[in-house]
Design a protein around this ligand. Sequence first.
Ligand SMILES: [Zn+2]
Length: 283
Amino acid sequence: MQTENSIVPICPICGTASSWRQVVALPSALFGRSAKILQCANCKVGRTLPPPEAGREYYEDNARNDELFTQRATIYKKFAEEILTHLDGLRFRKGKLLDFGCGGGFVLEVALQHGYDAEGIELNLEMCSWCVERGLKVTSKNIDQLVSENALYDVIIFSSVLEHLEDPIAMLESCMRILAPDGVVVIAQANFEGLLPRLFPWGWYGWQPKEHFWHFSPVSLRCLCQRCNLQEIELIQGSLHHPWFTRGSPAVLVGRNFAALLARLGGKVGMGDNNYLLAKRIR
Ligand SMILES: [Zn+2]
């Protein structure tokens, strides 16, 4: 395997002078952009190289909203139910809940149904308006603004958010200022060490090299939490959405249904391609 020490010598996730090996090269024909995924030998986090160009402006003005948050609402609601079911399993108090980067607000809707006092923050003003029109408490405030308002949350959720941030540790640490002393953090995150991405990486849509700086697995998620003074309560395996396909060219049908089969198999052998990590602050 190729090593890439010269490119990214210090791993920002574990903070060590680690070595990096290439996991996969993603072709632009399949992923919209050519990129390599490198893995840190120490904490096992994956990194997209070259890194995405998607910054704050990209998310503030994202024309894919309609497709992402209306046409695929059923899928997002299913994931929201999974998150809240795992959270309910902790039997933690149903207090104030913040969904960081709440997108279309589906987690908030389900959280309200589950009895939480739920609100969200979202960079994209169009999505904020869409959420507010549906009666949800969503703003585009940043963490500093919430701190200045003395906001304190019992639960903070990061659902498919951290991989989009160039410095996820800085953001998580910043969020600790608005987490109640005994509060809980829920991180829902695709797992690039699941069976499907391991065996058939070109068939996995979780890479998203235009948007994802990072790729997590259970080991690297735990490392991320430790560096932010968070202690794992529970790590639960899940699966991304992999429907069976009945339309398309023969190549598409074979590729996508093979991916769907591997995803299901992965879930059965403890190698699903999605994880839910529940954590609390280390006292
Ligand atoms: Zn590392």
